[in-house]
Design a protein around this ligand. Sequence first.
Ligand code: ATP
Ligand code: MG
Length: 355
Amino acid sequence: MNGYRIALIPGDGIGVEVMQSAREVLGAVARTFDLRFDFTEFPWSCQHYVDTGRMMPEDGIGQLRSFDAILLGAVGYPTVPDHVSLWGLLIPIRREFQQYACVRPVKLLPGVQSPLALPKGTDIDYLVVRENNEGEYSTVGGRSYAGTPHEVVTQVSLFTRRGTERIIRYAFELARARGKQRVTSATKSNGIIHSMPFWDEVFADVAAGYPDIESEQMHVDALAAKFVLTPQCFGVVVGSNLFGDILTDLSAATVGSIGIGASANLNPEREFPSCFEPVHGSAPDIVGQGIANPLGQVWSAALMLEHLGEPEAARAVEDAMQRTLEAGIKTGDLGGSANTAEVTAALVRELSSVA
Ligand code: ATP
Ligand code: MG
């Protein structure tokens, strides 16, 4: 029996509610696939910040280090600024654990309405890989003559060969693992004349090592348009920190509710735990009503299973999500009338019936 130690950080608001669903779903996975999950729950959240002045204790990263994976709900609180939860919890986890690959599946699930006017039967099913540790979100730069008419501001984008190579290589490896035929690189080398030509060079070098996979480079503006016009053309898309950030929000919007989106912050070498979380936030407007869509959190748990080396279990969770949606059991954000508990129960039923 394979066993895994999982750190759970439910966080705030509906994070706590959807984490409960993920626990129940993982319980069903454990029974069906003969796995063992040891969960340790951490109360780190904006609520924790309000109570203690910190999002997590000083040795928080040290406490997480020995786990096989981290499953996170959502953090956010109306009175706590976003930068507190980001810099107090999410960014330290991503940086300390070298989670340089942020992966988001973009898949149109049955019974989910895309806002795009696509021909019936159009299949959207690709993955976006975002560089998570460097690039445009660097702290290098500054302001001179602040507030005067002579003010000058610089913001340095920082790309390393090691960081660029490994993210692009990861995108190709992912394509291979998932049977995707094509890797598309987001660039802007016509306007950004140092970092992007470098990115393109590295992409071409890495691509040469994967002759079985088609590679293409596309300017990010044209790529954004294609996400909307022909989303069925993509396999894996790889972009820098900023481009990936923008592209993932756009792609998530094309496949429906924010309540479904899932993401993985990966340390592909498995030297440190990776962190899995839904795309949505704490949704204070619906907290406590029991109506939150648990699928984003459940899908994140499926990505976790995949990373832990349990692809069959991961597929089973994704299949259970598909069948539950096909049966019309869905929450209000998807136009259904089921609550969180009913969707969770349906997922558990589906997983229990896997032979
Ligand atoms: P935060 O500050 O934590 O990011 P937010 O309100 O800015 O919170 P979200 O929490 O993502 O952002 O919520 C955006 C909108 O989407 C809200 O109206 C929320 O109710 C809705 N929403 C988000 N997640 C879900 C979900 N899982 N199920 C149903 N509705 C959701
Ligand atoms: Mg928000």
